[in-house]
Design a protein. Structure first.
Length: 66
């Protein structure tokens, strides 16, 4: 969840976070959006570990992995 909190501020995930926040309203929107971003990050991490590939999300202008 902490990684999702920081990822919500990043350009690649900010749009999705804001869209879900608006859709679910003021009370629950931010929490639901954080859960969605954390699931997205968990899926990306699972694919990276199972395929032994670096982190390179679609739409990134440069390679984020070392």
């Amino acid at each position: 969840m902490e990684a999702a909190t920081h990822a919500c501020k990043h350009d690649l995930y900010r749009e999705r976070y804001q869209r879900i926040t608006r859709r679910h309203g003021r009370q629950r929107g931010a929490k639901v959006a954080q859960i969605d971003v954390s699931r997205q990050l968990a899926t990306a991490i699972w694919y990276m570990l199972t395929r032994n590939q670096p982190f390179a999300p679609a739409g990134a202008t440069f390679r984020l992995a070392a």
